[in-house]
Ligand binder design. Structure first.
Ligand code: F6P
Length: 333
């Protein structure tokens, strides 16, 4: 019999996490269970930052970005000692099962908890959208819309000044944001970690486009499109700096660069993110109520699907390269 549900958000925050928390709290009550907040993810779990929630605690948060439950990345939880402490704290608070809302690091933590006998279900929330077994993760749609909106604005000034703009977006290991926002924003080149690129080829394409009468261009680049996963953490190491310098030197076009940064993580969630968050969280709570554990809930072809966590974590999320090819075709005409 599952009575108390702990709910946590962990890793990089994502718009729509609050919508998921709201649904998780109210669905727990709907199924006759007691929802508890575990603040600051696994970090807070280890420290016993656990408090009861009620229906009113989650009023007025569906439209808010960020996470009411706070988020953190915990190195301590990566150790056996940290995990043992976390399990002890859950027992102290009589938490029978946990809902984890986060990305792949959070899912790995959940897998560890499951192996230690804690019932746990995960739902994907990360702007990177790099979790397999779901088409989309909570927060991705909002982030992509934010980027598209920024590109629209950058295009205005790019066209006035007839410049090349390099726009850098998040995604250390994943090109989803760059690819989707690049295609939706009409980028002339999209540089992502998954596809090797040649700056000389890109310069040649810009020159060909210029010869056809194009007077400004947008190059969309993911922060991880460098070949080095740790690069791009400091502005001077950012790939956009290098790309814009290179393009200016090689073509003589005036370039500018913009790093969109954490603006991509905030803001009111889109309809898609609110719907996804609500549906995933409800189903996850239903599974916890049934005593299930070690699973993630995803959405594939608009239908909710439950997957074994081990299986999901072993899969690599595939980027749809059709988007990439289409963008290249449209930019070359
Ligand atoms: O994983 C989400 C993400 O936003 C990545 O796209 C980005 O590289 C990273 O988090 C930034 O992390 P932090 O907020 O710790 O700087």
């Amino acid at each position: 019999m599952i009575k108390r549900i702990g709910i946590l958000t962990s890793g990089g925050d994502a718009s729509g996490m609050n919508a998921a928390v709201r649904t998780a709290v109210r669905s727990s009550i709907h199924f006759g269970m007691e929802p508890y907040a575990i603040y600051r993810g696994y970090h807070g779990m280890i420290r016993g930052e656990i408090e009861p929630l009620n229906s009113r605690s989650v009023s007025g948060i569906i439209q808010r970005g960020g996470t009411l439950l706070k988020s953190a990345r915990s190195d301590q939880f990566l150790t056996a000692e940290g995990q043992a402490k976390a399990v002890e704290k859950l027992k102290e608070h009589d938490i029978d099962a946990v809902l984890v809302i986060g990305g792949d690091g959070s899912f790995r933590g959940a897998q560890d908890l499951d192996e230690l006998g804690v019932r746990v279900i995960c739902i994907p929330a990360t702007i990177d959208n790099d979790i397999a077994c779901t088409d989309y993760a909570i927060g991705f749609d909002t982030a992509v819309n934010t980027v598209m909106d920024a590109v629209n604005k950058i295009r205005d000034t790019a066209s006035s000044h007839e410049r090349v703009y390099v726009v850098e977006v998040m995604g250390r290991h994943s090109g989803f944001i760059a690819l989707y926002a690049g295609l939706a924003g009409g980028a002339d080149a999209i540089l992502i970690p998954e596809v090797p690129y040649s700056l000389d080829d890109i310069c040649s394409k810009l020159q060909e486009a210029n010869a056809k009468g194009k007077t400004h261009s947008i190059i969309m680049i993911a922060e991880g499109a460098t070949g080095d996963p740790e690069a791009g953490r400091l502005p001077q190491d950012s790939p956009s700096v290098q790309v814009s310098q290179y393009v200016q030197e090689r073509t003589g076009y005036e370039t500018r660069m913009t790093i969109l940064g954490h603006i991509q993580r905030g803001g009111s969630p889109t309809v898609n993110d609110r719907l996804l968050a609500s549906r995933l969280a409800y189903h996850a709570i239903e599974l916890l109520h049934q005593g299930k554990s070690g699973k993630m809930v995803g959405e594939v072809d608009h239908r909710l699907k439950t997957w074994d966590l081990h299986y999901a974590l072993a899969q690599e999320k595939q980027l749809d390269l059709e988007y990439y090819h289409l963008s290249n075709i449209l930019a070359s005409i």
